[in-house]
Write a protein that binds this ligand. Structure first.
Ligand SMILES: [Zn+2]
Ligand SMILES: [Zn+2]
Ligand SMILES: [Zn+2]
Ligand SMILES: [Zn+2]
Length: 299
């Protein structure tokens, strides 16, 4: 063939390199799978959102790949060459992905496991190292982090009171108890047994009837939350209501706990009776205790 055939030159040049790489890869594959696959991970990264692509992985007529979420974002126009993106899938890349193992994305937070490409997302949804969401109710706070970071955040950003100890005696005063729509909610954080607990107090409507609910959430995983119990007591005028429960993990959404009525539920009329009777002001005293169960016999 005539000299200067660039294509031929490339092929000759690249073949030995490729073979050598292959051999090297075999040697290191056991000890250093991640490093040797790093080029593949780059291939699997969407050029628009820079996250790893999952099936269907799409490609433009020129072979540029894109994740399916980004296809609408770029209005079906390839971000690299501008050609229209059809619905051509890149099956080869989808298959290659199947062969890969990836570290959990929360590696830096302490998870050192690796997962087959397609089960990684599923694991990450439940990884116990994933950051916790801010437990503050009544606001759409998007802050996430480890427990100590969230405790600092609750104190600094939400002006939440922090208390040491496993018993509490709290007064909730609300000058207009007839406003339930703008849910009255309060949060106090207790520190005991080296852990943190969130005490919630809030108003809600059950059907047409206004209620208050108070419950405790554990700042940690559910498996650990179950090792604790708590009691709440509320009363006045010789009457009282008590509740004994198991704190819910803050992994459980605040809404979920409320909707499940997993706490001390007080109808408003009774709350007003406890408040001393003039029905104009809500003045409730909530006392409670948190303890660690010695033996857990719970299913
Ligand atoms: Zn994307
Ligand atoms: Zn393209
Ligand atoms: Zn993980
Ligand atoms: Zn927050």
């Amino acid at each position: 063939m005539a000299p200067g055939g660039g294509v031929l030159y490339d092929v000759i040049e690249s073949r030995p390199k490729y073979l050598k790489y292959d051999v090297e890869m075999e040697k290191t594959v056991k000890t250093n799978t991640r490093a040797s696959n790093s080029g593949l991970y780059e291939l699997l990264e969407c050029p628009v959102c820079a996250t790893l692509m999952y099936p269907p992985i799409l490609q433009c007529p020129n072979g540029h790949t894109l994740c399916s979420n980004c296809k609408t974002r770029v209005q079906s126009c390839c971000p690299i060459c501008g050609f229209e993106m059809g619905s051509i899938r890149c099956l080869a890349l989808e298959k290659v992905a199947e062969l890969l193992e990836l570290p959990c994305r929360y590696r830096s937070l302490g998870c050192h496991d690796n997962f087959p490409y397609y089960s990684k997302l599923k694991h990450e949804k439940n990884c116990r190292f994933r950051p916790y969401k801010c437990p503050y109710a009544g606001s759409a706070c998007s802050v996430t982090g480890k427990i100590p970071e969230l405790v600092a955040h609750l104190k600094d950003e939400h002006c939440v009171d922090l208390h040491d100890g496993s018993t509490f005696n709290h007064r909730y005063v609300k000058s207009n108890p007839h406003e339930v729509e703008n849910a009255t909610w309060m949060l106090t954080v207790f520190k005991c047994y080296g852990k943190q607990f969130c005490l919630h107090f809030e108003a809600f409507n059950l059907g047409m009837a206004p209620f208050y609910i108070s419950f405790l959430r554990f700042m940690g995983e559910e498996t650990e939350a179950k090792k604790f119990s708590y009691s709440l007591e509320i009363g006045g005028g010789g009457r009282k209501l008590t509740w004994q429960g198991v704190p819910r993990s803050i992994r459980d959404g605040h809404r979920k706990v409320c909707d499940g009525l997993d706490g001390l539920v007080i109808p408003r009329n009774l709350a007003l009776l406890f408040s001393g009777g003039n029905c104009q002001e809500l003045k409730l005293r909530v006392t409670g205790r948190i303890w660690k169960e010695k033996q857990v016999i719970r299913n």
